[in-house]
Design a protein around this ligand. Structure first.
Ligand SMILES: O=C1O[C@H](COP(=O)(O)O)[C@@H](O)[C@H](O)[C@H]1O
Length: 222
């Protein structure tokens, strides 16, 4: 397991923002645009606060989420809301946002249009993932109704319902995540460190994060 251990959470958030900015800059040296997928949830806010002022050509960066909760943007559970408030501001306000949610009533109804938008920015240049203590990553949850499709299918985006998720979800598939040029996982706290170590000994069906661990750099602080 490729795991970087940091002295504290604040240092990790600053260092990781620098690493991500460096990878985006490097991508833009050889490509017309870079695509950058980020997680929602409670962990990445401080990374976004550091990254949004990075000096790079944000107008050529497509930002998207690794997964979204099917709630309106006005909800404090909306990952889109987090990204708009904390990442797509300052210099990063120039970036182009690729939505994983639209006005459809259900994620299943919304999928076809969202897949079209996503197709234009694949393969992903840089992916930052989060993980829950239940070993889900993006919105690929243990016990989810479309778990096999998300883990083994060739679809890029999957709509999901899971016992551990309070609302329907839409998620990038393992297939898309594994094809990313650069992949990072950020976790905070002893429980998540134990969870990721355990996941490395389990199957992706038991611990979905296991599907993306090979080739992923894990960033951890207590
Ligand atoms: O529901 C989600 O959970 C994971 C982990 O979130 P955290 O609050 O434990 O950091 C997150 O990576 C994902 O994007 C989000 O939708």
């Amino acid at each position: 397991m490729n795991l970087i251990e940091y002295a504290d959470g604040e240092m990790m958030m600053i260092s990781l923002a620098n690493i991500l900015a460096g990878e985006l800059r490097q991508t833009l040296q050889t490509q017309d645009f870079a695509s950058f997928a980020v997680p929602g949830g409670t962990t990445p806010g401080p990374i976004f606060d550091n990254l949004c002022s990075a000096n790079l050509d944000w107008a050529r960066v497509h930002v998207l989420l690794t997964d979204e909760r099917w709630v309106p943007e006005s909800s404090d559970r909306s990952n889109t809301r987090l990204v708009r408030q904390r990442l797509l501001t300052d210099r990063a306000g120039e970036a182009q946002y690729v939505p994983l949610r639209n006005d459809a009533a259900t994620p299943e109804d919304g999928l076809p249009a969202l897949r079209e938008g996503l197709a234009a920015v694949l393969p992903l240049s840089v992916v930052l993932l989060g993980m829950g203590a239940d070993m889900h990553t993006a919105s690929i949850f243990p016990g989810a109704d479309q778990l096999d499709l998300a883990l083994q299918g060739s679809d890029t985006l999957v709509a999901m319902r899971a016992p551990g998720a309070p609302e329907p979800r839409i998620t990038l598939s393992a297939h898309v995540l594994r094809k990313a040029m650069n992949r990072h996982l950020v976790i905070l706290g002893r429980d998540k460190r134990e969870a990721v170590e355990r996941a490395a000994t389990l199957t992706p069906e038991e611990a979905p994060v296991a599907a993306i661990l090979p080739g992923t750099t894990i960033h951890w602080a207590e």
